[in-house]
Design a protein around this ligand. Structure first.
Ligand code: FES
Length: 95
């Protein structure tokens, strides 16, 4: 059983209760919750919380899950190490 104090987004310490409150304040889609609370913006980039958040939005709004907008994913979609970003350009091209 999921309780109100249970974390929905562990990366950003956001509880189910935080999300429910935001939904009832009018933040009614996933993108709104992402911008208002930071859901899905942690190190896992939403891998652990996006589907649970979408389910909560659907349940709170009385919608089928298919009617809830999906998060806009932006590159990089996978974590990139600082070593990779700082590595010399392998193509020999210089900016
Ligand atoms: S659990 Fe939400 S961003 Fe990682």
């Amino acid at each position: 059983m999921v309780t109100a104090k249970e974390f929905l987004c562990r990366c950003e310490d956001i509880t189910m209760d935080d999300c429910r409150g935001a939904i009832h304040e009018g933040y009614s889609c996933f993108e709104d919750l992402k911008r208002f609370l930071g859901v899905g913006t942690g190190p896992c980039q939403g891998k652990a919380c996006v589907s649970a958040c979408m389910r909560l939005v659907a349940d709170e709004r009385g919608l089928p899950i298919e009617a809830v907008d999906v998060m806009t994913f932006r590159p990089p979609v996978r974590p990139v190490s600082f070593a990779t970003l700082a590595a010399p350009d392998q193509t020999g091209d210089r900016p």
